[in-house]
Design a protein around this ligand. Structure first.
Ligand SMILES: NC(=O)c1ccc[n+]([C@@H]2O[C@H](COP(=O)([O-])OP(=O)(O)OC[C@H]3O[C@@H](n4cnc5c(N)ncnc54)[C@H](O)[C@@H]3O)[C@@H](O)[C@H]2O)c1
Length: 327
C-alpha cells in the first residue's frame, strides 16, 4: 500500500488534506503525526475514524525516537510536512516556538527520512515541504502587475516567515547536496472549514456571531491573496503525483482582497452591521501585500485553482455557524 506520512494533520490544512486523500485515494495508508498544540484539534479528524487505512500518533516532529519508530514500522513513501507554528502574531510575541518547530523540527524530519530512505531505497519517495508565500516578503499596493514568482527574492519579515524560509532553504539544500527527493510548495492565504479562530476569517465570523467588535489592523488595506483550502489540497496532491523533485511551486487562485473588503463581505453574509468594525494599532512589521503568480504550476502540471471566492466564503461562514450552533 502507498503510505503517506502527514505531520500537523490535526490542524487546518493538514486535516483537510487527509480528508481529501481518504475520500479520493482508497489505496493509500495515511499516518498522521501531530503534537496537538492549541491549533491541533482531533474533532477535525472525526470523519477519519471510519477509515481503517488511517492511523494517528500524538507527538512532535522534533521527537527523533518516535519518528524513527514510525518510519521503521510503516516505511512511508511520501512525507508531507504541514506541522508548524503558523500564526504571525504569536511569532512576534514568542519566536522561540517557531524556531523550534518550523526550523529544527523540519531538520529532524529531513534527517530521519534520509536515514530511512538511505537504507530502504529512494524508489518513488518524496519529501514535500508545505511552505508559504510569506517567505517572499511584501509587495507594494499600487504595483498590481508585480506578483511573487518562484524566482522572487526570499525576503521574510516576521519571525514566522523567517522560520518558514529557513526550513525551505534546508529542504532545498538536501536536494542540492544529496539529490534527496524534495518538493516545496508556497501557497497564499487559505480559508475554509476547520481553521483555528485566531485567523482573520474564522475570527471575524466568531466575533460577529457574538456581536463583539472586530479588530482590523491599521487602515485595513493590507492585501492578501485568498485560496479555498480544498484547492490547496488538490494542488498538493497533484504535485505529489507529478514527481517534480527538487522544485518549488507557488500555489494561488488570483484572488487578491484587502482585509477590510473581507471583513465587510462576511458582515454582509451574516447580516451584521459595519459598526462592529474597530480599527486597532497595526501589527508590527505588517506586510502590505501578497500576490502569487501561479503560472508555473499551470504550465508544468496543468493545475489551475478554482476561484469561486464568494460561493466558498458563504459555504465557510455557514460551516462555522453550524459548528458554533451545535456546540
Ligand atoms: N493557513 C494558511 O493560510 C497557510 C498558507 C500557506 C502555507 N501554510 C502552511 O501550511 C501548514 C499548515 O498550516 P495550517 O494553517 O493548517 O496551520 P495550523 O496552525 O492550523 O496547524 C498546524 C498543526 O501542526 C501541529 N503542530 C505544531 N507543532 C508541531 C510539532 N512540533 N510536531 C507535530 N505537530 C505540530 C499543530 O498541533 C496543528 O495541528 C503550515 O506549515 C503553514 O506554514 C498555511
Amino acid at each position: 500500500m502507498f503510505t503517506f506520512f502527514i505531520t500537523g494533520g490535526a490542524g487546518f490544512i493538514g486535516s483537510n488534506f487527509i480528508e481529501y486523500v481518504l475520500k479520493n485515494v482508497p489505496q493509500a495508508l495515511i499516518i498522521n503525526l501531530d503534537k496537538l498544540t492549541y491549533a491541533g484539534n482531533l474533532d477535525n479528524l472525526e470523519f477519519a475514524k471510519n477509515y481503517k487505512n488511517y492511523k494517528f500518533f500524538n507527538g512532535s516532529i522534533n521527537n527523533t525516537e518516535l519518528i524513527n519508530f514510525i518510519f521503521n514500522k510503516y516505511v512511508p513513501d511520501v512525507i508531507i510536512n504541514f506541522a508548524a507554528e503558523s500564526h504571525v502574531d504569536r511569532s512576534i510575541q514568542n519566536p522561540e516556538n517557531f524556531i523550534k518547530t518550523n526550523i529544527l523540527g523540519t531538520a529532524n524530519l529531513l534527517n530521519c527520512a534520509k536515514g530511512l530512505w538511505d537504507r530502504v531505497g529512494y524508489n518513488d519517495k518524496l519529501f514535500l515541504q508545505v511552505s508559504t508565500d510569506e517567505v517572499y516578503g511584501s509587495l507594494e499596493l499600487d504595483k498590481k502587475d508585480v506578483k511573487f514568482t518562484e524566482n522572487s527574492l526570499i525576503n521574510p519579515h516576521s519571525p514566522y516567515a523567517a522560520s518558514k524560509a529557513s526550513a525551505d532553504l534546508l529542504v532545498q539544500s538536501y536536494y542540492d547536496t544529496y539529490k534527496f527527493p524534495t518538493l516545496i510548495t508556497r501557497c497564499s492565504n487559505n480559508f475554509g472549514p476547520k481553521q483555528y479562530p485566531e485567523k482573520l476569517i474564522p475570527l471575524v465570523i466568531t466575533k460577529a456571531l457574538n456581536n463583539l467588535s472586530i479588530p482590523v489592523y491599521g487602515d485595513g488595506l493590507n492585501v492578501r491573496d485568498w485560496i479555498f483550502v480544498g484547492e490547496h489540497c488538490k494542488a498538493i496532491y497533484n504535485l505529489v503525483k507529478s514527481r517534480k523533485v527538487g522544485e518549488v511551486f507557488n500555489i494561488g487562485a488570483n484572488n487578491e482582497k484587502s482585509n477590510i473588503e473581507i471583513v465587510k463581505q462576511i458582515l454582509d453574509i451574516m447580516e451584521k452591521p459595519y459598526s462592529l468594525i474597530e480599527y486597532v494599532e497595526d501589527r508590527l512589521g505588517h506586510d502590505r501585500r501578497y500576490s502569487i503568480d501561479p503560472m508555473k504550476i499551470k504550465n508544468e502540471i496543468g493545475f489551475v485553482a478554482e476561484n469561486n471566492f464568494t460561493d466558498k466564503l458563504i459555504y465557510t461562514v455557514n460551516w462555522y455557524l453550524n459548528k458554533f450552533n451545535n456546540n
